[in-house]
Design a protein around this ligand. Structure first.
Ligand code: AMP
Ligand code: MN
Ligand code: MN
Length: 330
């Protein structure tokens, strides 16, 4: 076995030992939770349940409504400092490249807590005592599933549904280059155990609120092409976003990938006036993790994000300037 893979397998075994030995776990994931991160916390919780451990799942953000079909999602607690008293011995951070990605939950990690870090971001900064990092995996849930198998935890339809959902979401419905033989094989296995691709897809992709579809229409109406169509961008202004709490913008940026010539796509979401969250995607040759890093963000080669302050035109121009240096002949 090559050294890196040996190390990864060894870390998974050490995490298993830690889970068997310790008690009082806090499980968390990144802000703006997506399908992979939610599936990851639920799957990890199922391992702890299997071993009869005490745990709490605590997230800084609210869970988007579309995930309410996942069993156990009501167990997830939203962070509120005032009401919080649980003292974890182990903190499990999933699908997050650094502790700065878990929002306010970072502030309540006891100094002596053991940190388990399981992730597939290239930009992961190895902040744990145990770091199971595998950028070649489709999703964090794929790694946690390996741990689940190692722990001989029993599969059920509910658990199979977590795993399938996490992989489906992070591969962009099995379209992105992280759609591998392994990720598809795991999904096929999950279907054998009762996960329903059509029910899951209906829940995640066909339950948009009318407000979200209108917001998507509005965002797409801002579409611009740059550098002869190699880059495309959209934005959504804060007045639309804040006018209705039911707007879920996950996946908006993916629509820009439909155009053949478009290599890099970015979506500027105005979360607060003059404060934007930017989502980047790329198809073949631009490493958007590097682009996001220029703005103190990160992610993967083909999907990354960052936060930038300024007006929409200011930040668009700053991004285009950085992108120009990463495009051949521009
Ligand atoms: P998104 O565009 O929100 O779907 O994010 C794409 C990828 O980039 C995900 O894997 C995120 O975890 C990661 N990401 C998004 N925003 C940030 C950020 N500010 N810092 C680091 N990674 C990020
Ligand atoms: Mn994620
Ligand atoms: Mn992920």
């Amino acid at each position: 076995m090559e050294k890196k893979n040996y190390q990864y397998q060894h870390t998974l075994s050490r995490i298993k030992e830690c889970v068997q030995k310790e008690n009082d776990f806090l499980i968390t994931t990144h802000v703006n939770p997506d399908g992979d991160s939610i599936a990851s916390v639920l799957l990890f919780a199922s391992i702890l349940k299997h071993f009869g451990k005490r745990y709490i799942i605590l997230l800084d953000d609210q869970i988007p409504e579309k995930f309410d079909f996942l069993s156990g999602v009501n167990e997830i607690v939203r962070f509120q400092k005032e009401t919080y008293s649980f003292q974890p011995r182990v903190v499990v951070v999933l699908d997050a490249s650094g502790l700065d990605r878990i929002g306010k939950v970072e502030d309540i990690i006891p100094p002596k807590a053991l940190i388990i870090n399981i992730d597939h971001h290239t930009s992961n900064v190895m902040f744990g005592k145990f770091n199971a990092i595998a950028p070649e995996k489709s999703s964090a849930v794929e790694i946690i599933y390996e741990l689940f198998v190692l722990c001989n935890a029993p599969l059920s339809k509910e658990i199979a549904t977590f795993v399938y959902t996490g992989i489906m979401c992070d591969t962009g419905r099995f379209l992105f280059p992280n759609t591998t033989y392994q990720s598809l094989s795991i999904c096929a296995e999950m279907v054998k155990y009762g996960a329903s691709p059509s029910i899951i897809a209906r829940n995640i992709y066909q339950r948009m609120s009318p407000e979200t579809l209108k917001a998507l229409a509005k965002a797409l109406s801002t579409l611009e092409f740059h550098f002869d169509g190699v880059v495309s961008s959209i934005y959504l202004p804060n007045d639309i976003l804040s006018s209705n709490g039911k707007i879920d913008t996950e996946g908006f940026v993916d629509h820009l990938m439909a155009v053949k010539e478009s290599e890099v796509q970015f979506f500027m979401l105005e979360k607060e006036p003059n404060h934007f969250r930017v989502s980047f995607r790329s198809k073949e040759y631009v490493d958007v993790n590097k682009i996001a890093k220029q703005f103190n963000g990160g992610g993967h080669i083909r999907a990354a994000g960052c936060n930038i302050d300024g007006t929409v035109d200011e930040i668009k121009n700053r991004i285009l300037e950085v992108l120009k240096k990463h495009l051949p002949n521009k």
